[in-house]
Design a protein around this ligand. Sequence first.
Ligand SMILES: [Fe+2]
Length: 345
Amino acid sequence: QTTYTDKGEKPEKGKFVKFHHVTFWVGNAKQAAVFYCDKMGFEPVAYKGLETGSREVVSHVIKQDKILFVFESALNPGNEEMGEHLMKHGDGVKDISFQVEDIEFLIKVTKERGAVVVKEPWTEQDSHGKVKYAVVQTYGDTTHTLIEYLGPYKGLFLPGYNASVVKDSLLPKLPPGLLNFIDHIVGNQPDDAMVPVSDWYQNCLLFHRFWSIDDKQIHTQYSSLRSIVVTNYEETIKMPINEPAPGKKKSQIQEYCDYNGGPGVQHIALNTSDIIQTELKILVDFDDKGYLLQIFTKPVQDRPTLFLEVIQRHNHFGFGAGNFKSLFEAIEKDQDARGNLTAYN
Ligand SMILES: [Fe+2]
């Protein structure tokens, strides 16, 4: 593995502060939100839907400490954009949103450098405050919404949301969640797309390389992958970008791309300071300075696409390269059971 110390020049203006929230497009937002609450310790916080005047799309927002997930579904027949997305990708991540400073500057730079701006900057407000947004296209059908607070926002989530309508009597009986913030979000790419995608983050979002591994380092008996981690100047947002590499059998990254219909978010890693309480069968990776502990869920929907990671760090800023082999062997067992550990071609 390679770590990079050159952050490049500090951008003159504009700043990526942190992950703001992750938006999932799913077939049934209400049920998906409840699943994450019951299984992962989230709590319902905000809602937008017919009752709040949102006539086309319903949004259920759930929260755990600083982690915000938004589940969205179409309300009416014939929603082509959401319908086609669901048909192609199944349930999954549509948008990774970043809190930023100076949206206008960031959008100007990103456009000059060839990024596709899906939605030019616009402002929304309610009685709790005012927020500016813009949307840019990243890999596949995934987007990044940039969010800038124009003054303090006092509402539950963002303008236009009311309190959650989900009342789940099981929730108060469950132990509290121990997850604190989004540590990193990984995007899987098809063959030879990793470098162009990581270059896109460096050129268009002014990110820099943080860490990388190649297929000589990460492989099992059957398959291998390459990964480059890009991050913002302050290194508060980490985005590993993976691609499959040739092996004896089909790479799990390729299996993901086959079932996702192209590139997309492979996993979301959630940081905790108490992984022992969180789960068992923990993987450990370390160097002479520190260590990290991690555990991975199976895919969280029927397609073998998105899964989650829980990670605890002790002065260790890698991504578990020492665990990749055992993790990948476990995934390959499931891949084989799915009939997808087929010959590489
Ligand atoms: Fe990870």
